[in-house]
Design a protein around this ligand. Structure first.
Ligand code: SAM
Length: 281
C-alpha cells in the first residue's frame, strides 16, 4: 500500500493522537462489553484494540506484562497463589508462570471474547492460558472478590482504562473488598495510566490505597504504544517493600528466567527513577 493511501488506526486522547499504520484488519466486532479490533500493523506485529484504545501490540507487550508481574513476584519471598483481574490476553499469566513457586493462578476476565481472540490471534501472548496451573473465571472482578474463599499472595489488576467495566476496579470499595482475599503479607499491583496525562487520577488512587496499605509506591516505564510513551503501575503491600529486597537474592531467583525488560537492576530502577514532576505530585 503506497504511503498516500495507508490506512491508519488512531488512538485519540483528545489532546494527543497515537497512530498505527494498518496492514490488515484481522477481526472487528462488538462483544457484550466492548468494541474489539485485531489489526496487523506496520513494525509492531498484531495489535489488540478495545474501545479504540491500544491494549497491546506484539512488539512491545513484553514491557507491560513483565513489569506488571515481576516486581511483585520477586519482592514477595515465595508467591504461590496469584490472582489476575482482567488480563484476558494472557500476557500477565505467561509472566507469572515463569515463577516456579507459583502453584496456581486465577484469571478473572469479564469478557470471554477477549480470551477467544487472544488464543486465535496472539498465541505468543495467550499460550499459557491452558496451563494446568491456571483457572479462568469469566466474571466481573468486583463480583469475584466478594464471593471467592481463596486467599492470594499477589493480585494483579490488569484492566482496561478506568471507564466502562474497569471503572469499578479503581474505586475504594472494590479495594476494601479485595483486602478480604489478600494474605496478610499480600501484594497488589494496579495499572495506573499515564503520569503525564492522568497525574490527578494517579494521586487520587494512590491516596485511597494509602488508607489500606502501609506500603504504596508508583513505578513507571517507557512503552512506545501507550499515549505519551510513559505509563505507570501502583504497587501496594501490607508488608513487603520492593526497594528493600536483596538484589543478590533476586538475581539468584531470576537466573535462567527469560525476560526482555525486567532484570534485578530494573526492579529497583522503575521505582527509584521517578521524574521530579512526579515526586512533587
Ligand atoms: N494486558 C493488556 C495490556 O498489555 O495492557 C491490557 C489489559 S487486558 C486486555 C484488559 C482486560 O480487562 C480486558 O480484556 C477487559 O475485558 C478486562 N476487564 C475490564 N473490566 C473488568 C472487570 N471489571 N472484571 C474483569 N475483567 C475486566
Amino acid at each position: 500500500m503506497g504511503k498516500e493511501n495507508t490506512i491508519w488506526f488512531f488512538e485519540d486522547t483528545g489532546g494527543l493522537k497515537l497512530g498505527l499504520p494498518v496492514e490488515n484488519i484481522l477481526y472487528h466486532g462488538r462483544s457484550n462489553y466492548q468494541d474489539i479490533y485485531v489489526l496487523e500493523v506496520k513494525d509492531h506485529g498484531r495489535a489488540l484494540i478495545l474501545d479504540d484504545c491500544i491494549q497491546l501490540t506484539e512488539r512491545d507487550e513484553f514491557v507491560y506484562h513483565e513489569l506488571i508481574a515481576h516486581p511483585a513476584l520477586f519482592t514477595h519471598p515465595c508467591p504461590k497463589q496469584v490472582l489476575v483481574i482482567g488480563g484476558g490476553d494472557g500476557g500477565s499469566v505467561r509472566e507469572i508462570l515463569k515463577h516456579k513457586s507459583v502453584e496456581h493462578v486465577d484469571l478473572v476476565e469479564i469478557d470471554a471474547k477477549v480470551i477467544e481472540l487472544a488464543k486465535r490471534y496472539f498465541p505468543s501472548i495467550s499460550k499459557d492460558l491452558d496451563n494446568e496451573r491456571v483457572s479462568i473465571h469469566i466474571t466481573d472482578g468486583t463480583q469475584y472478590v466478594k464471593i471467592t474463599d481463596k486467599k492470594y499472595d499477589v493480585v494483579l489488576i490488569d484492566s482496561t482504562d478506568p471507564i466502562g467495566p474497569a471503572k469499578a476496579l479503581y474505586e475504594i470499595n472494590f479495594h476494601q473488598d479485595l483486602v478480604r482475599i489478600m494474605k496478610e503479607d499480600g501484594i497488589m499491583i494496579l495499572q495506573s495510566e499515564s503520569p503525564y496525562y492522568h497525574a490527578d487520577f494517579i494521586k487520587k488512587v494512590k491516596s485511597q490505597l494509602q488508607t489500606i496499605y502501609p506500603v504504596v509506591q508508583i513505578y513507571t516505564y517507557a512503552i512506545p504504544t501507550y499515549p505519551g510513551g510513559m505509563w505507570s503501575f501502583i504497587y501496594a503491600s501490607f508488608k513487603h517493600d520492593p526497594l528493600s529486597v536483596d538484589e543478590a537474592a533476586i538475581k539468584e531467583r531470576w537466573q535462567g528466567m527469560k525476560t526482555k525488560y525486567y532484570n534485578p537492576r530494573v526492579h529497583k530502577g522503575v521505582f527509584l527513577a521517578l521524574p521530579q514532576f512526579m515526586l512533587e505530585e
